[in-house]
Design a binder for this molecule. Structure first.
Ligand SMILES: Cc1cc2nc3c(=O)[nH]c(=O)nc-3n(C[C@H](O)[C@H](O)[C@H](O)COP(=O)(O)OP(=O)(O)OC[C@H]3O[C@@H](n4cnc5c(N)ncnc54)[C@H](O)[C@@H]3O)c2cc1C
Length: 244
């Protein structure tokens, strides 16, 4: 099986199919897996997933055609321009999600969309039309089920209340169902350092009871906190865990 795209969806399915015995090749445009995660996470995931499947980094799928009983996928190396042909039974395309606001034609209701064609909302999830609220994937922000659920509660509250509550997009937790498993919330260390003086703590995940119970060894926990200035307290900017 060839999977095109090394984002959250591509790596989760690559993990799942390789775990049930499928021979998987994952085509990844970037030089790392999950570039939005901490670099340690991308590296660890690359090493662990690389043991179970073929990872083609810095590569673009440029052509797909029927070939025998399956498909031929032409893959171009973005650095050298070299093309290789992969023969496969099945192809999965997970090269990103796009808005379908063009099908819904929200502009007919006077609702504005942004440059990526997602519905524009303010901090309270209200569109430019006073009585129209939008949430979930349609606004193209934190595209996760639990974020959509929370936004639904907020939009419902804000539509009927004078005391409106903003959506906090910085603190949306997310998980990636691979092996190692990944979970994180908040800023990456690099992002945190752009605006704050930070303290970074790291611990071996194997020191936790859960990991010992699972007989695992690889993994880490990392937490970035704002450094406490004299007379004030610091606060946690991010946290992530990865375990296998
Ligand atoms: C392969 C994949 C894996 C994912 N894995 C995870 C995960 O592990 N964890 C996680 O948190 N999130 C995951 N997500 C993201 C998650 O599925 C979405 O963020 C979530 O479903 C968004 O909810 P929503 O209600 O905004 O949109 P949707 O769940 O897409 O619901 C929108 C609904 O509106 C309907 N609709 C569209 N247009 C119209 C119309 N004109 N009229 C009437 N109905 C319409 C659609 O048919 C659909 O039923 C994944 C997404 C994908 C694609």
């Amino acid at each position: 099986m060839v999977i095109i795209g090394g984002g959250f969806v591509g790596v989760e399915y690559a993990h799942f199919f390789s775990a049930v015995g499928t021979k998987v090749t994952l085509i990844i445009r970037d030089k790392v897996l999950l570039p939005f995660e901490e670099p340690e996470i991308s590296e660890l995931l690359k090493n662990e997933m690389g043991k179970r499947m073929t990872l083609l980094f810095g590569s673009d799928a440029v052509e797909l055609r029927r070939s025998g009983k399956g498909y031929a996928v032409l893959v171009e190396n973005r650095g050298s321009g070299e093309i290789q042909q992969l023969q496969t039974d099945t192809v999965m395309v997970s090269a990103g999600r796009t808005s379908n606001a063009d099908l819904l034609k929200v502009e007919n209701a006077g609702v504005e969309t942004n440059e990526r064609n997602y519905i524009k909302v303010d901090d309270y999830l209200r569109t430019n039309r006073k009585h129209i609220w939008a949430l979930g994937d349609a606004i193209g922000r934190a595209m996760f089920t639990h974020a959509g659920d929370h936004e639904a509660e907020l939009a419902w509250h804000n539509a009927g209340s004078r005391r409106k509550l903003p959506m906090d997009f910085q603190n949306v937790p997310h998980a990636v169902y691979t092996s190692p498993q990944i979970a994180s919330i908040g800023l990456t260390e690099k992002k945190a350092r752009e605006n704050y003086e930070v303290l970074v703590g790291k611990a071996a995940y194997s020191d936790t009871v859960m990991v010992r119970r699972c007989l695992s060894t690889a993994g880490l926990q990392k937490r970035s906190s704002r450094r406490a200035a004299a007379g004030s307290s610091g606060f946690i900017l991010s946290a992530l865990t990865q375990l296998s």
